[in-house]
Design a protein around this ligand. Structure first.
Ligand code: BGC
Length: 738
């Protein structure tokens, strides 16, 4: 439809019809099937009357071609102007082909891989009726206590976050599905990692670290922006005019749809920013937040507000125009079902090709953290004891997978993956313990409002399971220990005050260690965990995040050497919980930890640096770096420096290496981080192959926000580092002159 017609349509709408476009609800009111709709926030009665139900603009988390078609048909049969519903959903790490969690996808440092995961997710969702995906989540994350770090592809780095954001948005667009970048803004910086908590930061910190990934998504023509739950510098994001209007619309020139997060407009009352529901509606509308997701604030108040002030109807019109334009851009006025296709849904969703890609992409993101004496890859003829609560556990897809993926039995467990690699007579299995003690699990369930399980003599059961595991281990050459946190312990509302391995699993590990057999630990979690208290007892440690429905196959591919691991961390692993937040691109203090005195900036009981740094990850190959050369040690505004470095695979195992380039501005008019990622290359090396890897350093890489918030580079000395991770690298100094 041409844009003029959209304006005609707007002019023909009643105020009620307009307000309806600004409301998003779940589909149950049209279609009585609660079983397959997930709630992602507090459930309350919205009190929408039958008369207004058929004015609503969009639907949350309804997927499945038949179901979406049914809801759309029921709706359109009663909507006066035949304005179709827009179906928006959270397809975070896959619709039904569930990939690894985004945090693990980001460990690929591979845009093709990110693109492939996004493409399959988008197409599966689109054929199943979804038109807008609430993704990418690009919040910068530094604090592992926050349960939602698992959703961030870029992890703690704005450069990685930005290029991933662009790739995902462009991929969705090429698949005809709209993207929604979230959560604007700085949601990942909540104090103490507690979800929905206060965020307070300087404008410079915001612009330098947190804003770039959202900006990159917007520059890639992202269609929607979702507000964040938190306050930012005293004002809730969902009614923050400076953030939404001045920065987002004026400065970043975003003219798409802004949607609140789940009930976040209403929550501005709890924040103490809006006096009541009417005030909340006014403030969010003024901030140009277009859609009220799952609260009745716009529904109950916009009409009266418009009667009192004619300017309000103008704001409403602007918001409605943006929503109608989005529907039009998606072609919904011509075809209200979008790409919904019952036949394609059947043939494409979870097709064997998609599952195979999930297997490959996941294997190529797993991060090998330890491999003492090259214990990995394993020999297929070893006698293996597979032990631990994740040995046969199907809950390995992360919390977001549960929205649309209901056939959990299709998930490949670690046991099923390993069975394909070895003679089953050589494989023995014992769980050893649950992820948590029953009482701890019940505490978790009751804290999230779920019913508890019955406790049956916990200690006795525990003793018997331990014993069985130890007997199994005694008969083996090697122990594969599948451990980690429960998937319900991460994700939204999944903050933890301690991020160590649960005690019951530590006890199991300690008992097994006494047998003196090598232990290969496979660690499942939605976040970097503090591994220091057990890592010296294991020979190998493979971090697998939540690897998705092909997880067992992908892990086995790596354990047995069919895939050479190449994942590199996008988020630092801390020494202990008390070290959080921790990130590699921090500033230096006036008293660095290297000071040999009490009065240094450090902890008394742990080192200041992370346990595994950003960019870290081992391989079965052995990469050696040498001969870092700069074409000049001077750079100007318009010149570049060519950098080259020799990288050699000093092993007979072919593999990928991510060669990383970091820069430090040694003295600035405001202090600069000790290191910042500015580029990388993921390169394949044959056995014993040596290559010269080159980069070009330009002036843009030296820019930062100065004390006047101007994005500039300054004359002075810089250090450039190249290496295999953010800690181990070669470096050279160069100078910028005016
Ligand atoms: C989450 C969003 C999500 C929304 C809709 C909220 O609770 O914060 O990330 O997109 O629910 O499900």
């Amino acid at each position: 439809m041409i844009q003029e017609k959209i304006i005609d349509l707007l002019n023909s709408m009643t105020l009620d019809e307009k307000i309806g476009q600004l409301i998003q609800i779940t589909p149950q009111l049209y279609y009585d099937d609660t079983s397959s709709t997930a709630e992602t926030g507090p459930i309350e009665k919205l009190g929408i009357s039958e008369e207004h139900l058929y004015n609503i603009g969009s639907i949350l988390n309804c997927g499945g071609a038949e179901k979406v078609k049914k809801v759309q048909d029921i709706f359109l049969s009663k909507n006066r102007l035949h304005i179709p519903l827009l179906f928006m959903a959270d397809v975070i790490n896959g619709f039904k082909t569930i990939f690894q969690i985004p945090l693990l996808q980001g460990c690929s440092w591979d845009l093709n891989l990110i693109q492939k995961c996004a493409e399959i997710s988008a197409k599966e969702a689109a054929f199943s009726g979804i038109q807008v995906n609430f993704s990418p989540m690009v919040d910068l994350v530094r604090d592992s206590r926050w349960g939602r770090v698992l959703e961030s592809t870029g992890g703690e780095d704005p450069y990685l976050g930005s290029i991933y954001a662009k790739t995902i948005v462009e991929t969705y667009k090429s698949c005809g599905i709209a993207s929604c970048v979230k959560h604007f803004a700085a949601y990942g910086a909540s104090q103490s990692g507690r979800d929905y908590n206060t965020v307070d930061m300087s404008e410079r910190e915001f612009r330098e670290y947190y804003l770039p990934s959202y900006k990159s998504a917007i520059e890639a023509n992202c269609d929607l922006v979702m507000t964040a739950f938190n306050i930012l510098n005293g004002i809730p994001c969902s009614s923050n005019k400076y953030l939404m209007y001045d920065i987002l619309r004026n400065e970043l020139k975003f003219n798409g749809v802004v949607i609140s997060d789940y009930s976040a407009i209403k929550e501005t009352i709890n924040h103490g920013y809006a006096k009541d529901s009417k005030d909340a509606a006014l403030k969010s509308l003024n901030a140009t937040v277009d859609i009220d997701m799952m609260s009745n604030v716009y529904y109950n108040n916009l009409k009266n507000l418009a009667f009192q002030d004619t300017n309000i109807e103008k704001l409403i019109d602007n918001a409605v125009l943006r929503v109608l334009t989005l529907k039009n851009n998606l072609g919904l006025f011509e075809n209200p079902y979008g790409q919904l296709d019952i036949e394609k849904e059947k043939s494409y969703v979870m097709s064997s090709e998609n599952l195979e890609i999930a297997r490959k992409t996941t294997a190529n993101t797993l991060v090998l953290l330890e491999n003492k004496n090259n214990i990995l890859p394993l020999n297929n003829n070893s006698k293996i004891a597979l032990i631990g609560p994740y040995a046969e556990n199907k809950g390995i897809s992360g919390i977001w997978s549960t929205i649309f993926y209901k056939e959990i039995e299709k998930t490949i467990t670690l046991k099923e993956g390993i069975e394909k690699k070895v003679n089953v007579d050589n494989l023995q299995i014992a769980r050893g313990c649950h992820i948590l003690k029953t009482s701890e699990f019940n505490n978790l369930l009751s804290s999230i409002g779920e019913s508890c399980i019955t406790i049956q003599n916990d200690d006795e059961m525990e003793r018997q399971e331990f014993e069985k595991a130890i007997n199994v281990a005694k008969n083996s050459d090697i122990i594969i220990l599948a451990i980690g946190e429960h998937y319900k312990q991460s994700g939204e509302g999944g903050s933890r005050s301690t991020i160590e391995l649960p005690d019951i699993q530590l006890n199991l590990l300690n008992e097994l260690y006494k047998l003196g057999k090598p232990i290969v630990a496979v660690l499942f979690s939605g976040r970097p965990l503090a591994v220091k208290n057990f890592v010296d007892k294991v020979s190998a440690l493979l971090w697998v995040g939540f690897p998705g429905i092909q997880g067992g196959n992908s892990i086995a591919d790596v354990l047995f050497g069919d895939v050479n691991p190449c994942g590199k961390l996008n988020m630092s692993f801390p020494q202990s919980t008390g070290q959080c937040p921790i990130y590699y691109n921090h500033y230096s203090t006036g008293r660095p930890h290297t000071y040999n005195t009490r009065y240094a900036s450090r902890f008394l009981d742990i080192p200041t640096y992370s346990y595994y740094p950003f960019g870290y990850g081992l391989s079965y190959s052995n990469f050696e770096y040498s001969n870092l050369v700069l074409s000049s040690d001077i750079i100007t505004e318009n010149s570049t420096i060519d950098l080259s470095i020799n990288v050699k695979n000093n092993s007979n195992v072919p593999g990928y290496e991510v060669v990383q380039l970091y820069i430090q501005d040694l003295v600035g008019s405001v202090v600069r981080p000790v290191k910042e990622l500015k580029g990388f290359k993921k390169v394949f090396f044959n056995a014993f192959e040596e290559k010269i890897i080159s980069f070009s350093i330009n002036n843009d890489m030296l820019k930062f926000y100065n004390h006047n918030l101007k994005f500039v580079s300054e004359a002075g000395d810089f250090k450039v580092f190249v290496g295999s991770n953010s800690r181990d690298n070669l470096w050279k100094v160069f100078s910028k002159i005016d």
